[in-house]
Design a protein around this ligand. Sequence first.
Ligand code: MTE
Ligand code: MO
Length: 304
Amino acid sequence: MLRLGEKISAAEITPEAVYLERRRFMLGGAALALSALSGLGHAGCEHGNIPASSEPLTDIDAATHHNNYYEFSTDKKSVSRLAKDFNPRPWTVAVSGEVRKPKTYDIDELTRLVHPEERIYRLRCVEGWSMVVPWLGIPLCEVLRRADPTGKAKFVEFVSIKKPESMPGQRYASLSWPYTEGLRIDEAMHPLTMLVFGMYGKPLPNQNGAPLRLVVPWKYGFKSIKAIAQIRLVENQPLTSWSRSAPREYGFYANVNPAVAHPRWSQRRETRLGELSKRDTLPFNGYAEQVAPLYQGMDLVANF
Ligand SMILES: Nc1nc2c(c(=O)[nH]1)N[C@H]1C(S)=C(S)[C@@H](COP(=O)(O)O)O[C@H]1N2
Ligand SMILES: [Mo]
């Protein structure tokens, strides 16, 4: 039996178009064959206060043909074509560092750790586009908790795969390879932070980060690292690919903030993929109620 999160099965009051879309994804999701999942639970990770979205979903074609993925290309329209033959199997994800129980998971073991959930999240790219996507995955917290972090685990570093034979963009020094990202431990443990392996009820397309990516919806898109191979719990704030290449432009926190301009352009407005007119960008990408408490007392202009 197909088991998706409550968000999709609850009889929520939503505009009819959204409801019909959701139904379509449930049917599509059957193709994922999430069968042998009953009996698994969520013990230990608090999932409260996940916002329900009633916004129209971005067209799947738009969300899968306009991609930032420098391992393949810096041209957003070419990524899907260049990533077509990338093989996300076999794949392992190593969880290591400041933990008592390091473990290397096979990807198919990791995606079955707990019931997958479908959550509709906005993702806002630093370059000004945004999308609303039904993501399928598990809370990152579930994986971190099982590793049993030590008291020294203050940050989490994520490392992508390095495979220049099948990732043509890695032949250029457009960024340092492998792509790395990081979160503070409380950001990583936050219930909104998801490890994602599907979208629109289907396995994640290569261009969107197969077989496993992060989605951190209140941060600019570059924090949502694709093709994750390693998750390391560390004591010190890790250096990330974008901060290394342009420290003035891409900070470690990267919380969506319309009040703080990128040095080369404003962040006040954004364009939803598939739409023509712009809309206002919201603080924390609209997730302030859930995540603003994480940053109480912090100067979010200095910590951009
Ligand atoms: N490994 C890797 N992950 C990455 C990137 C990348 O170049 N390499 N680009 C990031 C950026 S800048 C954005 S906006 C999002 C885009 O995700 P999408 O293609 O699913 O929209 O992926 C992020 N994750
Ligand atoms: Mo981005």
